[in-house]
Each structure stands twice: as C-alpha cells, then as structure tokens.
Design a protein around this ligand. Structure first.
Ligand SMILES: Cc1ncc(COP(=O)(O)O)c(C=O)c1O
Length: 386
C-alpha cells in the first residue's frame, strides 16, 4: 500500500528523549534525571478545587476561551506580576497546556516558508511545531560563554526577508538560562526594527533563583507584537491537568480561538477550576517548591563542578546542564554508558538542538537524597571514564 503520511509529519523526527525513557523503563533501580516535570504532586487544595467542581456537576464544556473567572484571574496575575494589561474578554485564551498554545500560535502566524528564529539549545517541540506549520526553523546556537543568552546581534545576523517570528523560551529548558533585562531590551529593538513577532514561552517564569524574569510583553512596544504563553504545569506541579494560556492582542487570540474551537472546544473544565484555585491561592505552594528546587540546584551544580564536570549556573527552570567534554566522551555515549553502568538517566544535550552537543540535561525534579546518590554514582563513573 502507498504511504499516506503527509510530508509535514514525515519531516519531523521522533523525539530522541523517548529512546532513553524506554531503555530506563526496562531497568530496575534507575534514578531518573531525565524527566522535565515536578516530582511533587499537585497541592491538595488545588486538586480539591478540581474534585469539588466535578462533585458540583460542573462537567460540561466552558466557553471556548475558557472560564471567564479564570481569564480574569490570569489577567489580574499578569498585571500584578508583570505590569502588562490584557483584556480577559478577548485577549486571553485558556489552552490545553503551553503545548496547545504553541501549536495554535504556529498555525495562526506561520505560513509556508516563513522563517522562525529559535535560539538553541531549546525545548524539543519548538522546531517540530514550526515544521508542522510549514515554516522553516532557523536555529541560533547560544553558548555558555554568554550564559546561554541569545543576543540582538546574533538575531540580526540571521534575519532575511522571510523572517517572521522570534521564538524564545526563558527561563530555558534545557540550560536553565534566563535573559537579562538589558539583553532583552536590545532584542526588542531588533524585533521592532525588523517588524517581527515574538512567541515567548514563559512556562518557567515563577521558577527563578535570585534572578529577575522579565516578561517580554512588558517592554515598551512589545505587547502588540508578542504572543505570551504560560501554564500551570511546572510552577504548580500540575502537568497532568493539562492547562495553560495564551495572552496576546485580540487579532491573534481571535484566530487562535478559531482553531482551538474546532480542534479542542474548551480546555478540561475541572482543570480550569483547579487552575483558578492555583492562581488565586497557590503562591505559597509555588514558593515552597521553588525553595526546594533551589536547594537541590545548589547540591547538583556544586556537585558536578566538584566532580570536574563544568556546570553553568542555571538561574531558572529545574535543569542543570553540565559539559561532559572533559571526559572525552560524546554526550550521547556519556548518557548511554552512565545509564548502563550506573543506572542514572540523563538526556544528551544534542537533542535540544544547536549548541547542545557535549552537554547533558539533568533535571533536579527528584529528591535531595537521590541527587546525593547520583553524585556518588557519578563519582564512581568518572573514576573509570574521567
Ligand atoms: C519550555 C517548555 N514549554 C512548554 C512545555 C509544555 O508544557 P505544558 O505542560 O503546559 O504543555 C514544557 C514541558 O516540558 C517546557 O519545558
């Protein structure tokens, strides 16, 4: 039978991460630093709000845009936290995670052949989503010497008449880098000069460690040319609830809503009630989880550096991104051998695109005690391979 698959879907590679998870799943006693999701369960009162909504019979669709109370709460949050005004009526769309928000955004603004500039290493979905929309991902390699920040001049250097979008995700998965205000201001100038639009994935914005997160849309002239994506998965430990949102000028939100309406209808209702509770009363939970991530971050980053694996100081998200170059092994060999010999699952940096080779991503979404064991096992490993 002839292959009926679209060229689009054939053009995207299967996720490299899966292979590692599949191998790890067949082994006993593996400590996984591979997974990018909180090891905490959703705070009880937030789960309870979801359960209560079901018990109260709130089990039908909501408005396509999402519950109006939730959109109002999101608008209030963005105003208070980032000093950006969005009209909850028509500038906020509740989505099935940032994942759906990203998909809708791409389908809304990327035409065939449009170039989307993506600083890398970055989250795996970004280039895949661009390709699925018919666009062309244009990676920019970021480097540790510049704290894995992309610069305005690096962006300007890749701009062509086909450039349309700058897609950024800071705090960054996998490096843990943030963009400093000054860097972002310079980037904003280039974006405005070349009439680009920014997609800003700020899912880790609440998880920073002694560093300021600057919301792209809060910079002068940027609100009108930014699609801001955020969600509840990481900060509130709500990955399974599948809830996020997009905030953008009305023209974009209206178009994204059309696709959302035809493909999803509305984000899960019980999750929206849980998210409402999270945004209204979850700040203390976020703070206590953030403090625990910070404690683990110190342990793992200092531990790697002491073992001789040069580790960049991550200021956000929950990943460490040490270099394994000194061992003489490639990131791929390092991860495979480490898994085989010491039963520690990590992810080769190359899977995150340009600039990732020679690094490994280690999520610290695992207990402090397990990270201590990881460091011991790594020590043994490096004795043999260092
Ligand atoms: C940078 C980044 N964006 C988006 C997502 C997906 O988030 P959500 O659960 O809201 O779909 C992830 C999850 O790993 C992520 O790391």
């Amino acid at each position: 039978m002839r292959s009926l698959l679209t060229k689009r879907v054939k053009a995207i590679p299967p996720s490299g991460l899966r292979r590692f998870f599949d191998i790890a799943a067949t082994m006993d006693d593996v400590i996984s630093l591979g997974i990018g999701e909180p090891d905490f369960t959703t705070p009880e009162h937030i789960s309870q709000a979801g359960i209560d909504s079901i018990k109260a019979g709130k089990t039908s669709y909501t408005s396509n845009s999402g519950l109006s109370e939730l959109r109002e709460a999101i608008a209030g949050y963005l105003k208070t936290r980032h000093q950006v005004d969005y009209n909850p009526e028509n500038e906020i769309l509740v989505s099935v995670g940032v994942s759906e928000g990203m998909h809708l955004t791409m389908q809304t603004i990327v035409d065939i052949g449009d170039e989307v500039i993506i600083p890398q290493p970055s989250f795996l979905s970004y280039p895949a989503e661009v390709t699925l929309a018919g666009g062309v991902p244009v990676p920019i390699k970021t480097v540790v010497e510049n704290n894995f920040q992309v610069t305005a001049s690096e962006i300007e250097a890749v701009i062509t008449p086909k450039s349309k979008v700058l897609l950024i995700g800071y705090p960054c998965n996998p490096t843990g880098a943030i963009l400093k205000r000054k860097t972002l201001e310079e980037i904003a100038e280039v974006v405005i000069k070349h009439d680009l639009i920014v997609i800003s994935d700020e899912i880790y914005e609440q998880l920073t460690y002694g560093a300021e997160h600057v919301c792209v849309a809060s910079l002068p002239g940027m609100r009108e040319r930014t699609i801001l994506l955020n969600g509840f998965s990481k900060a509130y430990a709500m990955t399974g609830w599948r809830l996020g949102y997009a905030a953008a000028p009305v023209e974009y939100v209206a178009s994204m809503r059309k696709i959302h309406q035809y493909t999803i209808m509305s984000a899960p209702t019980m999750s929206q009630y849980a998210a409402l509770r999270a945004i209204q009363a979850g700040a203390d939970d976020v703070e206590s989880m953030r403090q625990e991530y910070d404690r683990r971050r110190r342990l793992i980053v200092d531990g790697f550096n002491e073992l001789g694996l040069d580790c960049f100081e991550p200021l956000g998200a929950f990943y460490a991104f040490p270099s394994v170059a000194k061992t003489g092994m490639s990131d791929l060999d390092f991860c495979e051998t480490l898994l085989e010999e010491e039963k520690i699952a990590t992810i080769p940096g190359r899977y995150f695109g340009a600039g990732g080779e020679g690094y490994i991503r280690c999520s610290y979404c695992t207990s402090y005690e397990k990270i201590e064991i990881v460091l011991e096992r790594m020590h043994n490993f490096l004795q043999r391979h260092g």
